[in-house]
Design a binder for this molecule. Structure first.
Ligand code: SF4
Ligand code: SF4
Length: 79
């Protein structure tokens, strides 16, 4: 019988800042309000996202799917 666990899976959110064009899709559509715009600009002159609530991420990959620049993805946290 499979052992049940209550440990919540943790996710790393990887942002490739130089690719970001600041469209805000990842911020707007994240169902858990994990992301926000950073204050700084990247080399292209856009505000990239930053992670404000890492523990809220459920690994749904929506940010990844909706990013037109392939500038963000999530992966299971390595322990
Ligand atoms: S994987 Fe889902 S919950 Fe996590 S940051 Fe992306 S959109 Fe938000
Ligand atoms: S969806 Fe991609 S291009 Fe748009 S703000 Fe997020 S990381 Fe940047």
């Amino acid at each position: 019988m499979a052992k049940e666990t209550t440990t919540k899976k943790q996710w790393d959110i990887v942002i490739i800042e130089p690719r970001c064009k600041g469209c805000g899709n990842c911020i707007e559509f994240c169902p858990r309000n994990v992301l926000e715009f950073a204050d700084h600009f990247n080399k292209l002159g856009y505000h990239p996202p930053r992670v404000k609530s890492p523990d809220n991420c459920i690994g749904c990959h929506l940010c990844e799917y909706l990013c037109p620049e392939f500038a963000i993805f999530v992966k299971p946290k390595s322990t």
